[in-house]
Unconditional design. Sequence first.
Length: 183
Amino acid sequence: MRLKSIKLVGFKSFVDPVTVPFDSNMTAILGPNGCGKSNVIDAVRWVMGESSAKNLRGESMTDVIFNGSTGRKPVGQASIELTFDNADGSLGGAWSEYAEIAVKRLVTRDGQSGYFLNGQKCRRRDISDVFLGTGLGPRSYSIIGQGMISQLIEARPDDLRSTLEEAAGISKYKERRRETENR
Ligand code: ATP
Ligand code: MG
């Protein structure tokens, strides 16, 4: 699986719809201070289901919506769509037959929100099901945030173990077992 593009609409500083294509493997986003590099990372975490506003550097969940700037009024909603190349079928159970998988999240200022997989409305859980074990999730290691390396070095054995389980691809089986046991 490979991230092909990110579409940002009304998300933080990205008020006008913009699609960022990743035509080949990408390792870094460069730019001057305040240009929106970290906002792109926040966008990826958010669409993957991050539910803590603090982890997105805000105070409430609607802080991700463009809240105005000099000469520009705030907007009413934000959405992010990630498109993954899934030609190798490595993503997602029933979704594995799709050559592309698009994951979208939308939120409005009055607090309505929704998730979509290839245009179909779904639950947050459906998105985590697709990505569990791939290393990409709201808090998983595909995104190395500031301070994360020292956190790992200082982590308690239990926390370190969950990172290793995600890397080894067994976290999804543990999650399924947990669900079965709770039924
Ligand atoms: P640095 O190099 O300093 O880390 P950066 O490129 O990572 O900078 P970001 O933190 O991504 O920068 O972007 C910060 C900009 O995004 C600020 O100008 C801030 O005002 C703007 N911003 C954040 N949230 C919103 C919002 N909800 N509406 C409008 N602008 C926002
Ligand atoms: Mg930054």
